[in-house]
Design a protein around this ligand. Structure first.
Ligand code: AMP
Length: 177
């Protein structure tokens, strides 16, 4: 099964810059069987448990997180880049390779104690997911897990999230960057 999913992901060397292998999930999303299996696998540990919300990180986390929320009969919460959400927000800065950026959530998107799972396509250095977890914790949410299709274990992101006390689950792993 993980071999099927791996084969459904397109790897593009030297994009967006030399030395990076871009793991393109658009081919997986466009393959009906692979997309369904991915969502089924992401949902599997949580079926029968109470999950109030699924949070997805802009933009690919919206596609996967929306499907996971639907399957779990949970609400969906978008975590967006600065300036995109219309209502009052909470925000957090995080480091990118060059400089820093900010991500935001609506201040009323999660209430204290709500059980939420975070969904994104890839965990690399973990900087993005770390900021998302901290943002949700700011609102008092119970972050039950962080779930990804792909882990790049050599970059150490999973350990970073586990250090925040949040279990991490990824469906497949690729070596290197
Ligand atoms: P990071 O904060 O380093 O864990 O990076 C995570 C974000 O960057 C994810 O939302 C991914 O969409 C994107 N990303 C990082 N590395 C790759 C890669 N090799 N291929 C595709 N997307 C990537």
């Amino acid at each position: 099964m993980s071999i099927d999913l791996k084969n459904a992901i397109r790897s593009i060397p030297d994009y967006p810059k030399p030395g990076i292998i871009f793991r393109d999930i658009t081919t997986l999303l466009g393959d009906a069987r692979a997309f369904r299996r991915t969502v089924d696998e992401l949902v599997q540990p949580w079926s029968g448990t109470k999950i109030d919300k699924t949070a997805g990180i802009e933009a690919r986390g919206f596609i996967l997180g929306g499907a996971v929320a639907h399957q779990l009969s949970a609400g969906f919460v978008p975590i967006r880049k600065k300036g995109k959400l219309p209502h009052k927000v909470v925000s957090i800065g995080y480091s990118l390779e060059y400089g820093i950026d900010e991500m935001e959530m609506h201040v009323d998107a999660l209430t204290p104690g709500e059980r939420v799972i975070l969904v994104d396509d890839i965990i690399a250095t973990g900087g993005t997911a770390e900021a998302a977890v901290k943002l949700m914790k700011k609102l008092g949410a119970d972050v039950v897990a962080a779930c990804f299709v792909i882990d790049l274990p050599d970059l150490g992101g999973t350990k970073k999230i586990e250090a925040l006390g949040v279990p991490v689950r990824s469906l497949i792993a690729f070596e290197g960057h």
